[in-house]
Design a protein. Structure first.
Length: 136
């Protein structure tokens, strides 16, 4: 595989997490990166390294999204329950969409670091994400 093709696949793998997260939010980012990495990892050590880095980062993003969803559900439940306790004769016992604010943090972090990794891959450099799970 020539260097230009390696860079192109490095860009695809780096950006696959963004696309996967927008299609299947909790785990699509992991699946997208994993599929591309498994297809191309034996063809180039550069692609293998980029795939491992990206996959470790996307696993962290999914874990962070899952934890923030739980926190948002607890907070929304507390708000709804407190509203019901102070107004017991109302039928407005509902959960609100407070989780979108927390989940947007994960989305923004994912987009920023994935784009940085794609730009580095275009330069032929393996980007080391600031937080990731190490994959061997």
């Amino acid at each position: 595989m020539d260097q230009k093709e390696e860079k192109t696949w490095g860009i695809f793998i780096s950006l696959a997490g963004i696309i996967g997260m927008s299609i299947i939010s909790p785990v699509g980012n992991i699946i997208a990166v994993l599929i591309l990495w498994l297809i191309k990892r034996d063809q180039s050590s550069f692609i293998n390294e980029i795939g491992r880095e990206a996959l470790g980062f996307q696993i962290v993003m999914s874990i962070a999204g899952f934890v923030l969803r739980i926190i948002a559900a607890i907070i929304s439940g507390m708000f709804a329950l407190s509203f019901w306790l102070f107004n017991p004769f109302t039928s407005n016992f509902h959960f609100s969409g407070r989780s979108w604010g927390l989940l947007s943090i994960v989305w923004i972090v994912n987009v920023v670091f994935s784009v940085i990794a794609a730009l580095k891959a275009n330069d032929g450099v393996i980007y080391r994400y600031p937080f990731k799970i190490r994959i061997r």
